[in-house]
Every structure is written in C-alpha cells, then in structure tokens.
Write a protein that binds this ligand. Structure first.
Ligand SMILES: Nc1ncnc2c1ncn2[C@@H]1O[C@H](COP(=O)(O)OP(=O)(O)OP(=O)(O)O)[C@@H](O)[C@H]1O
Ligand SMILES: [Mg+2]
Length: 143
C-alpha cells in the first residue's frame, strides 16, 4: 500500500483536517510523509507590483507562514511516530504539488476539498481541482 504520502497544506483549517486524515493513514500504513506548502508566486508578484513591497521581505514573511504550516504536520508526526519531511517552495501551487510529488516519488497526495479562500460554494477549490486533473497517482480529497 502507500509508502510515501504527500500532504499539501496551505495552513488553513480545512487543510489541517486533511492533514490529520493523511497522518492517520500514514501511521496505519507505516508510511513516510512529505508535508508541502507552496508559496504562491502570484501573491508575491502582486504584492511587489501593486503595493510596492520589497520582494525579499514578502518572501521571508510568507516563508515563515509556510514553515509554520508544515511544522504543524511535523509536530503531529513527532507525537504519532510518523516520519515527516517538511518542504516549502515558491511557485504555482498546483504545478508545484505535482512536481514535488514526482521528485519525492510520492504514491498518494492528500489535500483538503477547500482551503484558505473559504469559497465553499464551489464543489472543490481550484488548486485541488488542477491537481486532480494532472495527477497520475491517487489523490485523497478530504471534505
Ligand atoms: N499553496 C498551497 N500549498 C500547498 N497546498 C495547497 C495550497 N493551496 C491549496 N492547497 C491544498 O489544496 C486544498 C484545497 O485548497 P484550494 O486552494 O484548492 O481551495 P480554496 O482555497 O478554497 O479555493 P481557491 O484557492 O481556488 O480560491 C487545501 O486544503 C490544501 O490541501
Ligand atoms: Mg486556495
């Protein structure tokens, strides 16, 4: 069964719920977890362009937030006895989830049905939608 589970988190409550499910599954299967947060490059670019913010400053702030999201999963792993590698990347969220899942040889991706935008009118969010479209491995979407 699954041996390398990639858990994608944007730090939202919805993705925390998905992370908990992914961690329980990893524990039951004795799987390695890769916790990934992607800092959206578009968010950085618009802060620089529209607000005139310093790129490095924006990146550093977002890296702290992203680091916290993956560290939460790492802390969960320490309590549960699950090995967790934490990764924070800058890029396009869905593309980066796919790229990292390939590079890390993940055999399952776990994500929330929704995330930080909280637009729950849609069946699923746009990031998870694109991952489902592009992925060639199973994706567990947690509602
Ligand atoms: N930047 C990100 N890095 C890692 N995982 C992410 C990121 N953004 C979203 N995800 C994953 O995708 C799931 C669904 O979030 P998604 O962004 O698709 O929905 P949303 O935020 O509600 O809507 P949208 O972003 O389309 O406005 C999250 O629970 C999380 O697992
Ligand atoms: Mg989102």
């Amino acid at each position: 069964m699954y041996k390398r589970i990639l858990i994608a988190t944007d730090g939202s409550d919805k993705s925390k719920k998905a992370a908990e499910e992914g961690m329980e599954l990893a524990k039951a299967l004795g799987a390695q977890v890769i916790a990934l947060n992607v800092i959206n490059e578009v968010v950085i670019a618009s802060a620089v362009r529209q607000l005139g913010s310093d790129r490095k400053e924006v990146e550093d702030k977002l890296k702290v937030a992203g680091g916290k999201a993956v560290d939460d999963i790492k802390a969960m792993g320490a309590k549960m006895g699950v090995n967790v590698d934490a990764i924070v990347r800058i890029g396009a969220p869905a593309n980066t989830v796919i790229d990292v899942s390939g590079a890390e040889k993940a055999d399952l991706i776990v994500m929330g049905s929704h995330g930080e935008s909280g637009a729950t009118k849609l069946l699923i969010g746009s990031v998870v939608q694109k991952v489902l479209y592009w992925a060639t491995i199973p994706v567990l979407v947690v509602r």
